[in-house]
Write a protein that binds this ligand. Structure first.
Ligand code: SF4
Length: 84
């Protein structure tokens, strides 16, 4: 049978470990969030001075210049420009 003092000690140790795990989990979550944000920002930066035609990222790029270039390509493939 445990004494009251041992129970308090175990409870205190449990709370300490809980705090450590919560802190570690929060830090891990923040690291993943920052890494994803950095990755997204890197993907959102133009790497070829908006010269999309010979850019390696063109197929997956979501920047306005690339979207515009893709639309222009599509228009050319469909047989000319459509304004309006
Ligand atoms: S595809 Fe165009 S907008 Fe996208 S990174 Fe390349 S040059 Fe820049």
């Amino acid at each position: 049978m445990k004494s009251n003092g041992q129970d308090k000690l175990e409870r205190r140790e449990f709370l300490r470990s809980l705090g450590r795990w919560a802190t570690g989990g929060t830090m891990a979550l923040m690291s993943v969030t920052f890494a994803k944000r950095r990755q997204r920002l890197a993907a959102d930066n133009c790497i070829n001075k908006s010269i999309c035609c010979d850019c390696s990222r063109f197929s997956g790029c979501r920047l306005p210049a690339a979207i515009s270039a893709k639309q222009a390509q599509k228009n050319v493939q469909q047989g000319g420009m459509t304004n309006g």
